[in-house]
Design a protein around this ligand. Structure first.
Ligand code: CTP
Length: 414
C-alpha cells in the first residue's frame, strides 16, 4: 500500500519514527511529509533514512513533479501522527500553506489523524469543533490515549502507541478498500485471553512460558476497532492495552479460569489466545526457597511436584453444552514432529477441544512467540459430519492481519 505519513510539530513526533518502521516492515511504501515545525523535533535525515525516500515540507521543491497534488492523489492512505491542534485546525478549514496540508486537500483515499496535545488543548471548544467537522467529512480521528504528557501533567492527549495507530489506520484503509461497513462486530461482547500465565513457586519464582501476548492484544485491538465491546483477560505482558478495551489482569491459570467463568454468561464470543500453563507447582512456599533448603543435605536441589491446571477451553466447551453461545475460538501452539505436521496435530487438537474454530500456530525458537508476524491455519467445523475440517491459511502476515482474519472467520460462524 502507498502511505503518506504526515508528521506535525509536537513532541510525540519521535514516536512517529517507530510507526514508520512498523509500516515499512509490513511492506508498505511510505513517504513521510513532516511540517517545518515537526523538523524541530525530529530531523529530515531520520525520516529519509527510515523511509528510504526523500523528504520535503514545502510545495516549492521538485516542482515539475507537482508533489503537492501527486502525493495525495496516488496515496492509498494518508496518516498524520502526531496531529497537533494547529494541524487539526488547518485541516478542518482547508488551509494549504505547506506540503502536508496540500496532501490533505488532494487525497481521495482514507485519511486518519492521530492527535496529540495537552489535555487543555484537546478539550478546547475550538479543537472539539474542528474534530467534529473532520469526522463529519469522513476523516478518521483516533481518540488520544490518556497518560503522562510532556510535563508533569497527565490526562487525555497522549499519542496512542505506534502499534495501535498502525492497526487502526490499516483497518480503516482495508475497510475502505473492501467498501465494507467497518463496525461489523458492533453489539457483540467478546472476551479474549492473552499472554502467558505465571504459576508461582515462592515469592520470587514462577513457572512461565514464552508467550508475549502480542496476538491476543492484536485481536483485542481489531475487535474494538470493529465495534465490539472487548474484555481482555491478560497474563503478564509489557504491552500497553489498546484504547477502548477493558483489561482484567491475571497471573495464574486459576485466576484466568475464574475471570472467564465470571463473564461466561454475558459474552457472545470467547477467544482463548492465552498460553495457559498446563501444570502448576503443587505447593506454594510463602518464603523464598533457599539454595540450601535442606540443612542435612546442603548440596541437594529441591524436587518440585506439579499438578494439572484446568483446561479452560475444554471446560468452556463443556459448560456451554449443546448451545452455540458463546462462540468459542481456541488457539493451538504446535511444532510438528515425527508423528505429524503442525496441521495434523492441529486437526487432532480441534477434535479433542471441541471449539467452533481453532487457530493453529507454528511455534518454536524465533517463530511466532514474541514476533510481530506469524502463519496460522484457521480450522472450522465441516458442513457435514465426517468431512475434514475446512482450513484457511493466513500468513506469513503481521499479527494485526491475522487478527482481522480470525474475526472474519468468527463473523462467518456468527
Ligand atoms: N488452554 C486452556 N487451558 C489450558 C491449556 C490450554 O484453555 N490449561 C487453551 C489455550 O488457550 C489454547 C488451547 O487451549 O486456546 C490450546 O492450547 P495448547 O497449549 O496448544 O494445547 P494443550 O491443550 O495444552 O495441549 P498440548 O500441550 O498437549 O499441545
Amino acid at each position: 500500500m502507498r502511505i503518506v505519513l504526515g508528521v506535525s510539530g509536537g513532541i510525540a513526533a519521535y514516536k512517529a519514527a517507530s510507526l514508520l518502521r512498523l509500516l515499512t516492515e509490513a511492506g508498505h511504501e511510505v513517504t513521510v511529509v513532516p511540517t517545518d515545525a515537526a523538523l524541530h523535533f525530529v530531523g529530515a535525515p531520520t525520516w529519509e533514512a527510515l523511509s528510504g525516500r526523500p523528504v520535503q515540507t514545502d510545495v516549492w521543491t521538485s516542482i515539475t513533479e507537482v508533489p503537492h497534488v501527486r502525493l495525495g492523489q496516488q496515496a492509498d492512505l494518508v496518516l498524520v501522527a502526531p496531529a497537533t491542534a494547529d494541524l487539526l485546525a488547518k485541516a478542518a478549514h482547508g488551509l494549504a500553506g505547506d506540503l502536508l496540508t496540500n496532501v490533505l486537500l488532494t487525497a481521495r483515499c482514507p485519511v486518519v489523524l492521530a492527535p496529540a496535545m495537552h489535555t487543555e488543548m484537546w478539550d478546547h471548544a475550538a479543537t472539539r469543533a474542528n474534530v467534529a467537522t473532520l469526522r463529519e467529512r469522513g476523516v478518521h480521528v483516533i481518540e488520544p490515549a490518556s497518560g503522562r504528557l510532556t510535563g508533569a501533567d497527565t490526562g487525555p492527549g497522549r499519542l496512542p502507541e505506534p502499534e495501535h495507530i498502525r492497526d487502526e489506520a490499516l483497518r480503516v484503509a482495508r475497510v475502505a478498500a473492501e467498501g465494507g461497513a467497518g463496525a461489523d462486530l458492533a453489539g457483540r461482547r467478546v472476551l479474549i485471553t492473552a499472554g502467558g500465565t505465571r504459576e508461582p513457586l515462592d515469592p520470587v519464582r514462577y513457572l512461565g512460558n514464552q508467550s508475549s501476548g502480542k496476538q491476543g492484544f492484536a485481536l483485542a485491538s481489531a475487535a474494538a476497532a470493529r465495534g465490539a465491546s472487548v474484555l481482555l483477560v491478560s497474563g503478564a505482558t509489557t504491552i500497553v492495552p489498546p484504547p477502548g478495551v477493558e483489561v482484567i489482569p491475571v497471573q495464574t491459570a486459576l485466576d484466568m479460569r475464574d475471570a472467564v467463568e465470571a463473564h461466561f454468561d454475558q459474552i457472545d464470543v470467547l477467544v482463548m489466545a492465552a498460553a495457559v500453563a498446563d501444570f502448576r507447582p503443587a505447593e506454594y512456599v510463602d518464603t523464598k526457597i533457599k539454595k540450601t533448603h535442606d540443612p542435612a543435605n546442603p548440596d541437594a536441589a529441591p524436587t518440585i511436584t506439579l499438578v494439572r491446571n484446568p483446561d479452560i477451553l475444554a471446560d468452556s466447551v463443556a459448560r456451554r453444552g449443546s448451545g452455540r453461545t458463546p462462540l468459542i475460538v481456541g488457539f493451538a501452539a504446535e511444532t510438528g514432529d515425527d508423528r505429524g505436521s503442525v496441521l495434523d496435530h492441529g486437526r487432532e487438537k480441534f477434535e479433542r477441544k471441541g471449539s467452533d474454530l481453532l487457530v493453529v500456530n507454528e511455534v518454536g525458537v524465533g517463530v511466532t512467540f514474541g514476533q510481530d508476524s506469524s502463519t496460522v491455519h484457521i480450522l472450522r467445523r465441516p458442513e457435514a459430519p465426517g468431512e475434514p475440517a475446512p482450513v484457511t491459511t493466513v500468513g506469513p502476515a503481521p499479527k494485526s492481519e491475522i487478527a482481522e482474519a480470525v474475526w472474519d472467520a468468527v463473523l462467518h460462524e456468527l
